[in-house]
Design a binder for this molecule. Structure first.
Ligand code: NAP
Length: 210
């Protein structure tokens, strides 16, 4: 007998800097929701990541507000300030532990982020503990070499390998970097992100100096 998918037993945590959030992120979250039957997807804009230089990212309140604006129409997309309230470096292991504590031991948690970030997971603080708490969805976009990804995944230990799921988003070659570059050159970013985010960027003159 085919196993019935029980709604409401899994959630997604969508981690990233979201500088800015774009349609590729939203599509990935929606695709993950559908494929893994996620009850909700919680977007978690990065706070103060240890691997980024201070000043490299836009102010966290801008990144938070753009994420709120982009997700406002979707009731199952939520946005968390958990990493933004932290006073020092923020680590995914602490973020997932926070949600594990909040949701209890039975809920399945999927941590969703870019495939290139996930491939470096063995360098993340407390990654072994992280493995006990969640699965990972590694999002790729056109131009990302799947052969390279598979090769790298196979080189990981089995426990890690078995917890990483690959989600390819076809036809969505949008990146935050490309949006920032276009703004700097004065080019349009229409249809790369939501119109609310587009207007927020222009109104606050984000990325025009980068
Ligand atoms: P990033 O600089 O924003 O992104 C790295 C790459 O992944 C970029 O190509 C990016 O594309 C893509 N990406 C990021 N978030 C995505 C998402 N939710 N869905 C699809 N693609 C996404 O991010 P990062 O600083 O590497 O970190 C990503 C996540 O991993 C964050 O939640 C971060 O806290 C976590 N992380 C944790 C540790 C740690 O605990 N020590 C270390 C590294 C990363 P775009 O530029 O288009 O977004």
């Amino acid at each position: 007998m085919k196993e019935k998918k029980v709604e409401g037993e899994s959630i997604g945590i969508m981690g990233g800097t979201f500088d800015p959030i774009h349609l590729g992120h939203l599509l990935a979250a929606e695709e993950a929701r559908e494929r893994y039957g996620l009850e909700e997807v919680i977007f978690v804009p990065s706070g103060y990541p240890p691997h980024k230089e201070k000043g490299e990212l836009s102010h966290q309140e801008h990144r938070y507000l753009m994420t709120i604006i982009a997700t406002i129409n979707n009731p199952i997309f939520k946005v968390s300030r958990v990493e933004l309230e932290a006073e020092s470096y923020t680590y995914t292991v602490d973020t997932v532990a926070y949600f594990r504590n909040l949701l209890g031991p039975d809920k399945k948690i999927y941590f969703i982020t870019g495939a290139d970030a996930i491939l470096d997971i063995t360098t993340w603080e407390g990654y072994d503990r992280l493995l006990d708490m969640c699965h990972f969805i590694a999002v790729t976009r056109p131009g990302f070499s799947l052969d390279h990804l598979e090769e790298k995944l196979k080189s990981l230990d089995y426990r890690l390998f078995s917890k990483i799921l690959i989600l390819s988003i076809p036809g969505m070659a949008i990146s935050s970097t490309c949006i920032r570059r276009r703004v700097k050159k004065g080019k349009t970013i229409k249809y790369l992100t939501t119109s609310g985010v587009e207007h927020y960027i222009l109104k606050n003159k984000l990325y025009s100096q980068v």
